[in-house]
Design a protein around this ligand. Sequence first.
Ligand code: SF4
Length: 221
Amino acid sequence: MAYQIKEAFYSIQGEGVQAGRPAVFCRFVGCNLWSGREEDRATAACNLCDTNFLGTDGQQGGRFENAVQLAQHLAALWPWPEAETKLSRTARPYVVLTGGEPLLQVDQPLIQALKQAGFEVAVETNGTLPVPTGIDWICVSPKGQARLQQRSGDELKLVYPQAGVDPNSFLELDFQHFVLQPLDGTPQKEAQDFTQQTLAFCLRHPCWKMGIQLHKYLRID
Ligand code: SF4
């Protein structure tokens, strides 16, 4: 199968439990909860998006004809050590499959090819599609009333506030970590309000950890 990638780059994970960890990011084209066009946003199942996932024209994006080709493309972005040392062996290569909704395209051949290339594989999904086996780190970010199919994983990361969504309704699900991340608002006053509301909620319900979008503070991708 061919894969369509908006962009791919090497940076640090800016969100959630793995924040600060160096990673190769692979952003897949397309989402099942929004077309990606502004004229459809108001009526979309998810209208929280701050990401461009249309087209293959981003940095190191493109169309890849098979899983090995894409895995090699992503592996070329990792800073492999020139010589094997004790330190280099402990820094396990890490790839984050994101989108858009990556599970519209991620399949077993791709997971196997990434493992063969030496990667630990993470996925960030809206949870409306089941995660294939073999993924090492599953982060589900539920959106609005969209029905969750993936009800277990490592991290549940909820953008807050969302109309009609009670964060505590997710606590019965089988996740190790629950992270509440402030909605990215404009103007700045609105963003500050969302941050304060998220902080207050986490302090009232300490099973939630407050998530910060580190890359936005650092002004990096
Ligand atoms: S589910 Fe995620 S990728 Fe899809 S529109 Fe919402 S925020 Fe964007």
